[in-house]
Design a binder for this molecule. Structure first.
Ligand SMILES: Nc1ncnc2c1ncn2[C@@H]1O[C@H](COP(=O)(O)OP(=O)(O)OP(=O)(O)O)[C@@H](O)[C@H]1O
Ligand SMILES: [Mg+2]
Length: 236
């Protein structure tokens, strides 16, 4: 058992430069996320939420500070090492589901394993297990357009889970859903976190959605304004 946090950010900054103009999208962010945590990042539009999630997911590098993912300093890695780290540890969920329309739910979920050269039999078993984990065992043969928005997003969650990531990063996972479908996605996250100890960091604008997590990190203008624990019933 190691006590190194899964995600460890120290003094993280991200500066964008466009000609003479500099935008400090993130300033001096200190954040630890341990194995098994469920964290929501909130804050007004433009405050740096997606920038932060992209850095955590190794899709982008900070311009200052240090970020360690599972003890590994990401700023020391080259592109191929970064993508290895990303493939091993990270599962991404986006607002739009990015499912392939001509593939069934099962085939969509199998896809990351195809790229990893996993055998057909094992792919099938793992995809079905992942669909079952998100409550969609009976939708495996459906195409995306034959599923509700919430079911499509849960299929995307199954696709992220099938690679057995250490952390799920979700940027406004309910942003394209009506509130009822959004809540089915949040109950799925809540259950995966509670039953399987899956670490989740999500971005949301919606207070009800954010409160499915156990901790809320509030960003303002690129800085952490405050953090709070969520007590009591989730989503309440
Ligand atoms: N590629 C880029 N080049 C220049 N500036 C950028 C770039 N990406 C983001 N920014 C700026 O960085 C700041 C943070 O952007 P970010 O996308 O992280 O915000 P956000 O909190 O996710 O907002 P939203 O809630 O609208 O999605 C914004 O001021 C944005 O204009
Ligand atoms: Mg954003």
């Amino acid at each position: 058992m190691s006590f190194v946090p899964l995600l460890e950010l120290r003094g993280i900054g991200r500066e964008y430069r466009i000609g003479q103009i500099r935008v400090n999208a993130l300033k001096d962010i200190d954040l630890d996320v341990s194995h098994g945590e469920f964290v929501s990042v909130m804050g007004p539009s433009g405050c740096g939420k997606s920038t932060l999630l992209n850095i955590i997911g190794c899709l982008d590098l900070p311009t200052s500070g240090t970020y360690r993912l599972a003890g590994q300093s990401v700023q020391d890695l080259d592109d191929s090492e970064l993508s290895d780290l990303r493939n091993r540890f990270i599962g991404f969920i986006f607002q739009t589901f990015h499912l392939l329309p001509h593939f069934t739910a099962q085939a969509n979920v199998e896809l990351p394993l195809v790229y990893r050269g996993v055998s057909k039999k094992e792919r099938r078993e793992r995809a079905l297990a992942a669909l079952e984990a998100v409550g969609l065992a009976d939708r495996s043969r459906h195409f995306p357009l034959q599923m509700s928005g919430g079911e499509q997003q849960r299929t995307a969650i199954a696709r992220a889970l099938v690679g057995q990531p250490s952390v799920i990063l979700a940027d406004e996972p309910t942003g394209a859903l009506d509130s009822r479908s959004g809540l089915t996605v949040m109950s799925t996250f809540e259950r995966l976190n509670r039953e399987q100890g899956l670490t989740i960091v999500q971005v949301s604008h919606d207070e009800t959605v954010a409160r499915y997590a156990r901790r809320i990190v509030r960003l303002l203008d690129g800085s952490i304004e405050r953090e709070e624990e969520v007590v009591g019933l989730r989503g309440a």
